[in-house]
Design a protein. Structure first.
Ligand code: FAD
Ligand code: NAD
Length: 478
């Protein structure tokens, strides 16, 4: 067994781990990053779930399918005449693969430029400051890497429903659903959460008839309820068949298709589909990460427990990203990675968990930061709400995307912004202004007094801030 010494060793090169490794190296720490990912060409690939089978490939497909739908359904109103419009799915998938490989190669280049040592293999914490690396293919000699600090960033993987395991033919998880070579005529999705809605939108736009079976009675329960209602209305109008309160009891597959049997209320129902995606959440990827003798254990749900600073119960062992509590989001993982690197180097680092934004990249997009109205009511916090519809902004009219609105919630006494909720065009971008305002502890009046360019979609945020004080210009204040 060979061995080597570092200041920091990171296990996992997703957005938590690779960002932590780069920041450690920038701060002068001798850093290694171990990752076991092997791509479809049998080559190591950095970037974790996010770059390989998550954020990036899903957004590439969302963009291609959105363009296809726009051209088919909305060209004529602009006076653009087209012949029959077709989608070449193989070409769309090639574009997605190229984007992924450019970005993963980019991480490799950043590691090189920052002098991060990249090690391919499975990492296991065997003792504080000691990580054993086993080659991804199981061959070759184990290696032990010693370091003063270890950052665990092994991420997450799809939750599997017993009896409904992916089989590569009819049943798929999110990774398999990103690789379809044709749009199935009928597509079932178990779980109407973020992945179900994003991937359901992709394949619906490309021609699939999509049915989503959701266990809960409420649609998107963690979003603002006004937004969830509007989203459900828009998605149903587009043709997504969203069925709530469904308990899937059994899935029967042939080599061609499958039948999903489920119970909804008192009724037993079934739906035949050509393909099925299971998207019922993700679980931490912690199998084989901790040797029983290392002194640290995963909890009953598979997470590594940490405090607000991402410190584990062992001095010098840290954990970040999907492996620990909090939302499973790439930007949250990266911010934790940066903060841990800075704590290791200087003793101080910070993540503002209250201003982590959420985005669902459907059409319309959904985005929010901070507290919901329901939560404010539960906590008996007095607030004022300002709502402004995109339909009343010139830019939304000009780009033909008038569905949705911005809602700002501000404290009744201090006027401090407590939450911002959006549904509409490009709200994935607009939410960043709201996040910045909240991080700066801005009041709704601060936003209202900030000059916003005209004509922009961001004027809806400006007007919602004015509306919170009952003085919106382009709508009637009630
Ligand atoms: P990961 O990205 O999961 O990376 C962990 C890495 O560690 C992997 O490379 C894994 O192979 C490796 N690893 C695991 N165990 C070991 C071990 N023992 N030894 C060595 N290596 C190991 N989030 C967003 O914010 N925005 C989005 O738009 C978005 N879209 C998504 C779309 C899909 C379809 C999916 C599935 C997820 C999406 N996410 C999105 C979630 C996002 O991908 C995750 O929150 C993020 O990747 C978590 O980062 P991480 O570094 O904690 O873990
Ligand atoms: P999710 O938690 O968003 O949604 C899962 C849904 O499945 C929930 O509504 C849940 O009630 C439902 N469900 C659970 N068990 C079920 C069952 N047996 N039958 C029917 N429904 C069931 O999880 P996801 O969509 O799998 O995504 C996983 C995570 O990945 C997300 O929580 C998010 O953190 C991350 N992600 C983020 C983005 C983004 O930021 N845009 C995109 C994709 C994924």
């Amino acid at each position: 067994m060979s061995s080597s010494d570092f200041d920091v060793v990171v296990i996992g090169a997703g957005p938590g781990g690779y960002v932590a490794a780069i920041r450690c190296a920038q701060l002068g720490l001798k850093t290694a990053c171990i990752d076991r990912w092997i791509d479809n060409d049998n080559k190591p690939s950095l970037g974790g779930t996010c770059l390989n089978v998550g954020c990036i490939p899903s957004k590439a497909l969302l963009d291609s399918s959105e363009r296809f739908e726009q051209i088919r359904k909305h060209s004529a109103e602009h006076g653009i005449q087209t012949g029959p419009v077709e989608i070449n799915i193989e070409q769309m998938q090639q574009r997605k693969r190229r984007i992924v490989s450019e970005l993963t190669a980019g991480i490799r280049a950043l590691f090189k430029a920052n002098k991060v040592t990249s090690v391919n293999g499975h990492g296991c914490l065997i003792a504080p400051g000691k990580v054993r690396v086993r080659a991804s293919d199981g061959h070759g000699e184990d290696q032990v890497i010693s370091a003063q600090h270890v950052i665990l960033a092994s991420g997450s993987e799809p939750t599997v429903l017993p009896g409904i395991e992916p089989n590569g033919k009819t049943i798929f998880d999110s990774s398999g659903a990103l690789d379809f070579d044709t749009a199935p005529s009928t597509l079932g999705i178990i779980g109407a959460g973020v992945i179900g809605l994003e991937l359901g939108s992709v394949w619906r736009r490309l021609g699939s008839k999509v049915v989503l079976l959701e266990a809960l009675d409420k649609f998107l329960p963690s979003t603002d309820s006004m937004i969830a209602r509007e989203a459900q209305k828009q998605f149903s109008r587009q043709g997504l068949d969203i069925r709530l309160g469904c308990q899937v009891t059994q899935v029967e597959c042939t080599s061609q298709d499958c039948t999903i049997n489920y119970r909804q209320g008192a009724d037993d129902r079934s739906v035949p589909v050509e393909r099925l995606i299971v998207a019922v959440g993700r679980r931490p990827c912690s199998d084989g990460l901790l040797d029983p003798a290392c002194g640290l254990q995963i909890n009953e749900r598979g997470f590594v427990e940490v405090d607000q600073n991402c410190a584990t119960a062992i001095d010098g062992v840290w954990a970040v990203g999907d492996l620990v509590r909090g939302p499973m989001l790439a930007h949250k993982a990266s911010e934790e990675g940066v903060a841990v690197a800075e704590r290791i180097a200087s003793g101080a680092g910070h993540v503002d968990f209250a201003t982590v934004p959420w985005v669902i990249y459907t059409d319309p997009e959904i985005a929010w930061v901070g507290t919901t109205e329901t939560q404010l009511k539960t906590d008996a916090i007095e607030y004022r709400a300002g709502v402004f519809p995109f339909a009343a902004t010139g830019r939304a009219k000009a780009v033909g995307m008038t569905d949705g609105f911005v809602k700002i919630l501000a404290h009744a006494d201090t006027d401090r912004i407590l939450g911002v909720h959006m549904i509409g065009p490009q709200v994935s971008e607009l939410i960043c202004e709201a996040g910045f305002a909240m991080a700066m502890e801005a009041s709704a009046e601060d936003l209202a007094r900030t000059v916003h360019a005209h004509p922009t979609l961001a004027e809806a945020t400006h007007e919602a801030a004015l509306a919170a004080a009952g003085r919106a210009i382009h709508k009637i204040n009630r």
